[in-house]
Design a protein around this ligand. Structure first.
Ligand code: NOJ
Length: 711
């Protein structure tokens, strides 16, 4: 673990010349909420109702430099805040990086790398002068077809919670306020503005609230309430969700702002917990708030509370000192050439892309490519190619225009460039005197077969595009036919898939398909990341954060067209359903191969009563293969039967890098958080007494060690 406790106030030097490069900002140590609220209370006390109304609403409807701009005040002074998309990098602003999508960050199963991604993103938002980064997204991949699964961290609440917390710590270490979104029950895009997600109390707590709870513990500054209704009431005016759960139960002390145009009322929304509406130009806040306070419909103290929460988050992240001015745009009128915030982030983007690539099949050790015997590689498919226009994010928003590095909509970022798989593989192959032949069309199957036929290896690329506001219509790839044609032509076929959703693989058992890689949505360095894995510079260690089913009907739920629908699989989301119903997936949650092998041994579980961390599981892991590499050891917990939990739930993971032949000790601490279930009657988290089982494995279906313990 690195050291995060340095106390500095970050300063960022912005030169005024062309594409000024932002200097590295040292990490900041955020203030405690108590300290921040003391300062905020003092400032807000000096504000008139009119000023409070100004800072709690957006100013202008999509005007200003940022997707959201709150109103500011003078005497006392409080700035207009810039709220900027999105969860994988700065959107709509040049000279910023396209990081790996959330789903790919999760696939790395690497806490340090996820935090580093947060730090690097935070530095870029800060460099642009954005006060708030509108991310991370942490909705659970309940539906395999959900259009925004790529933005968030997959199907498991524990993994999502760890990834959310690491991302938030990273972003906020740069003094940028992170946003936990979309709160809550926004697990599909279909009818997202009208549907009501009906979620029972236990499921809500144990699955959908979980990552938000970890985010609040991580000190997140804002929470974005979602478009949908929860149990019949809009999330942005839902007393139960906002006041009862988020603010009271979780003790959230920052501010809640609406998703864009997700506010539906004044008094109801404000009294039920909404602190800021976004964007501007709508009538529910501002003077409507002033009127409601004057009529006595909203307490003055509540209006102050809204403002105080906003100001406190701003103080907490030390934005009162030396925060850079907003410079999202290149502005020819004011001669602002824009600011380049990319630093050397391409390095960590490349590393994460490689570390998160999931090797799903490696028959006959087709990978890493044997550069001493291979003379020719065939590269097939449009997804291998660079995009038509590498300088805007619009091409990824329309999809199908080259390789897929991220999804579309507000979760996409600026794309400064793309290293395509074809270019990266070609330049790597050149170094070994290997020829590369390509067929970039998804349609010309005859040409694909011709190209693949006499190559030593054929790598066929496929993608499944996804974007905000739409759910994916099918998990079937459009190019299944192309994959089959290539596999028929070449008995060393490797399939590479770029997607944020699981895809179906009807061709998986084709004997000529020796390798399958799920490369997720890896960001701008995609080709380099992939080539690092293909040629063995990086030993893959990504793991699936979602279940890949054999058929769509195997999944526990699907997108609903109803305006009100229950999450009736309850706790059995993702792999938990496949376990409970004994359905064999194509590739299970947590699965991923390596170029080396690992042995798990010596599990010891130690129970210590009356301490905060009362169960410790220790084990040893040895790299028994012929290459250095990292293994993701996963701890699943089986609760006492009478508690009716899923057969097993993830409650710990550690990514351990080991040189060949080396052994390491791995320790998992199970605290009250990991050992609790939500008791609906008592309305609190309880640690059930009874017999538990610790299951340690290399995936949710590859359990290598287990031991029972009793609490
Ligand atoms: C709507 C999206 O749901 C949200 O994630 C995004 O931050 C806002 N639009 C602003 O673009």
């Amino acid at each position: 673990m690195k050291h995060w406790s340095l106390i500095f106030v970050a300063t960022v030097a912005i030169a005024s010349s062309s594409n000024a490069v932002v200097a590295l900002s040292p990490p900041i140590e955020p203030l405690s909420w108590d300290e921040a609220h003391v300062k905020a209370e003092k400032l807000v006390k000096q504000m008139s109702l009119e000023q409070i109304a100004s800072i709690t609403k957006g100013s202008g409807l999509f005007t200003g430099q940022c997707v959201g701009n709150s109103g500011g005040t003078t005497h006392p002074d409080f700035p207009s805040l810039c709220l900027a998309d999105g969860p994988l990098g700065v959107r709509g602003s040049p000279f910023s990086s396209a990081f790996a999508a959330g789903i790919t960050a999760a696939a790395s199963f690497d806490k340090d790398a996820i935090r580093q991604r947060g730090i690097d993103m935070g530095a870029e938002f800060r460099g642009k002068g954005a006060n708030v980064q509108l991310g991370p997204s942490m909705n659970i991949a309940r539906n395999a077809r959900a259009g925004r699964n790529w933005e968030a961290f997959g199907e498991d609440p524990y993994l999502s919670g760890v990834a959310a917390a690491e991302t938030i710590h990273g972003i906020q270490s740069q003094g940028v306020i992170a946003t936990a979104k979309h709160f809550i029950g926004n697990e599909q895009e279909t009818n997202r503005n009208t549907e009501s997600s009906v979620i029972d109390d236990r499921t809500l707590h144990e699955v959908y609230l979980w990552p938000f709870a970890r985010s609040v513990e991580a000190g997140v500054g804002t929470v974005m309430c979602s478009y949908n209704k929860l149990n019949g009431t809009y999330a942005c005016e839902n007393d139960y969700a906002l006041n009862h759960i988020l603010k009271k139960e979780l003790g959230f002390r920052g501010w809640v702002h609406s998703d864009w145009l997700a506010t539906h009322s004044t008094t109801k929304a404000i009294n039920n917990g909404l602190d800021m509406t976004m964007p501007g130009g709508i009538l529910y806040f501002g003077s409507a708030l002033e009127r409601a306070v004057k009529h006595g419909d909203i307490d003055y103290s509540r209006a102050r509370d809204m403002a105080q929460r906003i100001v406190a988050a701003w103080y907490k992240m030390r934005q009162d000192k030396d925060y850079p001015a907003v410079r999202m745009n290149v502005n020819t009128a004011s001669k602002d050439p824009g600011v380049n915030v990319q630093e050397d982030h391409k390095k960590s983007i490349r590393e994460m892309g490689a570390a998160a690539t999931v090797l799903l099949r490696n028959n006959n050790n087709v990978l890493p490519l044997d550069t001493s015997s291979i003379k020719k590689i065939a590269i097939i498919g449009g997804d291998a190619d660079s995009s038509r226009d590498n300088n805007t994010s619009s091409m990824v928003q329309i999809g199908g225009q080259g390789t897929l590095i991220q999804g579309g909509g507000s979760g996409s970022s600026n794309v400064p460039y793309i290293v395509s798989p074809l270019d990266a593989i070609t330049s790597r192959a050149d170094a070994f005197d290997i020829d590369v032949a390509s067929s970039k069309s998804d349609i010309l199957k005859h040409k694909a077969a011709e190209t693949a036929k006499d190559a030593d290896v054929a790598i066929v690329f496929a993608q499944l595009y996804a974007e905000e506001a739409f759910d994916v219509t099918s998990l079937k790839l459009k190019t299944d036919g192309l994959i089959e044609v290539v596999a028929d032509a070449n008995n060393n076929t490797i399939v590479v898939i770029h997607s944020g959703n699981a895809v179906l693989m009807p061709w998986a058992d084709h004997p000529n398909i020796k390798g399958i890689l799920w490369a997720g949505m890896p960001g701008q360095e995609t080709g380099n990341s992939l080539a690092d894995v293909l040629f063995g510079a990086v030993n893959p260690s990504g793991r699936l954060p979602i279940t890949f089913a054999k058929q769509a009907s195997d999944y526990p739920s699907d997108i609903s067209w109803k305006l009100e629908f229950e999450y009736d699989e309850k706790l059995l989301v993702g792999y938990r359903w496949f376990d409970a119903k004994d359905i064999k997936p194509q590739f299970e949650f947590g699965f991923g191969l390596s170029y080396t092998t690992f042995e798990y041994k010596d599990l010891h579980v130690h129970v210590e009563k009356n301490t905060t961390s009362n169960v410790t599981a220790k084990m040893q892991i040895t790299n028994t293969g012929s290459r250095d590499g990292a293994e993701v050891t996963q701890l699943y917990l089986a609760f006492p039967e009478y508690v009716h939990e899923p057969p097993k739930v993830l409650r710990g993971f550690e990514k351990v890098f080991l040189k060949k032949g080396h052994t390491a000790n791995v320790t998992f601490e199970l605290t009250k958080t990991e050992l609790s279930v939500w008791d609906v009657k008592k309305q609190k988290w309880v640690v059930p007494s009874g017999d538990y089982e610790v299951l340690i494995g290399a995936s949710s279906r590859d359990i290598r060690l287990h031991e029972t313990f009793t609490l």
